[in-house]
Design a protein around this ligand. Structure first.
Ligand SMILES: Cc1cc2nc3c(=O)[nH]c(=O)nc-3n(C[C@H](O)[C@H](O)[C@H](O)COP(=O)(O)OP(=O)(O)OC[C@H]3O[C@@H](n4cnc5c(N)ncnc54)[C@H](O)[C@@H]3O)c2cc1C
Length: 437
């Protein structure tokens, strides 16, 4: 294998996308170096570089499958840490049009905290013999020579001195607030075009103790926000260590308060009885954290002109999606594998371009699914594909409560295990069920 390996890869950011990419590249490079500005904990813990870890993270079925291929046994390891498992079709979702019907699916719902998932993956990547981590080291600039990226400049906190890290391929995985657009500017490179759809979404979350040996009859429950009629919603998920994670959503510019009284009062306004039940009956065991400004944006590095060779961008640094739909970790894992495939099939000077084109193609559907409804928060006219997608999604939402077969198909599309074309096949029979909880 080492005869086919290709020098040194450098990954900026050791969050979710950086980790899965380092794992995928370790098969093809002699050395993979991961830089992160944080000190990475040796347990499942929050850290400043990933503030989203305070909030619920659901993994789509497609993402879970791909992760299991990269990290065999991960599901069982999560289960061993107390992450509950059930059928996604049983997960009650309240849309403005009614409750989702309970259906049997092949889609696994496993719920856990984001720090646990990231820690289990990080531990596996840290154990790879050709991967090294440079932590508490913040990347500050790209090294560019003749339209080719040759490394980055980073500043370790220990010395405070900028240091050059040279590499044959640089992967940028520095997350939603990526500095890469600024680094391009510093390198006198024309800017990347950014698509943006801002639903002005905010998450406000708190942890609760789950009394052991009690079964409330649900593992997770959700009330969706939909533009422009339903700006508030929320979710509750059971996670490891007998805890509930409750998150209250606000869209279109509103957000749940971060005071205990305000949080409870906001929860009480929801129509989802499960979220209310946990807030009223369980003991809070954390502070309340808010993450606002959760719009979607897509940096079109596939169209960077002129292109920069030996540079690949993955995860939220490439495209940060509205998190309500749960696509982020799945598309980041897809991108890690697309990059690996491009490197296997092409020279390093071609692989980055091939990768960015393929990544753009696979992002198209999640981008449309997650932005077309959010455009309803803005008075600006939406482009035709977004209008068509919004009409189709609203039509689906009206039918879902009474059509279990259609809902099953929709879930498969949402989880990226079936093509949206399957939704065009003949509609299954209507079936009216009573109010869900
Ligand atoms: C509130 C919220 C809820 C979400 N819920 C879901 C969900 O349910 N399902 C889902 O699939 N996705 C969800 N996501 C999206 C998911 O968190 C991201 O898609 C995923 O974390 C992407 O990983 P990333 O590596 O690109 O970014 P991150 O995981 O954020 O990692 C970025 C890393 O880069 C490091 N870094 C930043 N700048 C530098 C620098 N200059 N030098 C060195 N290191 C640097 C940071 O320390 C961090 O470790 C959610 C996101 C948010 C905000």
């Amino acid at each position: 294998m080492s005869g086919t390996r290709r020098g040194r890869a450098l990954v900026v950011g050791g969050g979710f996308a950086g980790l899965v990419t380092a794992r995928a590249l370790a098969e093809h490079f002699d050395r993979v170096r991961v830089l992160d500005k944080d000190t990475l904990p040796d347990r499942a813990a929050h850290r400043p570089g990933t503030p989203q870890s305070r909030h619920p993270h659901a993994l789509l079925a497609r993402g879970a499958e791909l992760l299991e291929d990269l990290f065999p046994g991960l599901r069982e390891e999560l289960t061993g840490h107390g992450a509950p498992v059930s059928d996604f079709g049983q997960f009650p979702m309240l849309y403005p049009t009614g409750w989702s019907p309970a259906v049997r699916t092949e889609l696994v719902l496993q719920t856990f905290s984001r720090p646990l998932l990231e820690f289990l993956i990080r531990r596996r990547v840290q154990a790879l013999p050709n991967v090294t981590f440079h932590t508490a080291t913040e990347a500050e600039a790209l090294l560019v020579h003749d339209s080719r990226v040759t490394g980055v400049v980073a500043r370790p906190r220990s010395t405070g001195r900028p240091t050059a890290h040279e590499a044959d391929l640089v992967v940028v995985a520095d997350g939603r607030h990526s500095r890469l657009p600024t680094w391009l500017e510093k390198a006198d490179h024309p800017p990347v075009r950014r698509l943006r759809v801002d639903g002005k979404l905010a998450y406000t979350s708190r942890l609760y103790q789950r009394p052991p040996d009690t079964d409330p009859g649900f593992q997770a429950s959700l009330q969706a926000t939909i533009a422009p009629t339903t700006p508030s919603g929320g979710t509750v998920i059971a996670i490891e260590d007998d805890r509930w994670l409750v998150c209250l959503f606000g869209a279109g510019g509103i957000s749940a308060p971060t005071t205990p009284e305000g949080f409870d009062a906001y929860a009480a306004t929801l129509d989802n009885p499960h979220v209310k039940q946990i807030v009223v009956e369980c003991r809070p065991i954390s502070a309340i954290h808010r993450y606002s400004g959760l719009g979607g944006h897509w940096n079109r590095y596939d169209r960077l002109s002129p292109p920069l060779r030996r540079l690949a961008v993955v995860g939220d640094a490439l495209c940060a999606l509205n998190p309500l739909y749960g696509h982020g970790m799945t598309v980041a894992t897809q991108q890690a594998l697309l990059l690996r495939d491009a490197i296997t099939a092409h020279s390093l000077d071609q692989a980055d371009g091939v990768y960015h084109r393929h990544a753009a193609r696979t992002l198209l559907l999640p981008w449309l699914m997650t932005t077309s409804l959010d455009r309803g928060w803005s008075p600006e006219p939406a482009p035709l594909p977004a209008r068509a997608s919004r009409t189709a999604l609203l039509h689906l939402l009206h039918r879902i409560p009474d059509h279990p077969g259609l809902y099953r198909k929709f879930l498969n599309v949402q989880h990226m295990v079936a093509s949206p074309l399957t939704l065009l096949l003949p509609f299954p029979r209507r079936h009216r069920q009573g109010p869900r909880p």
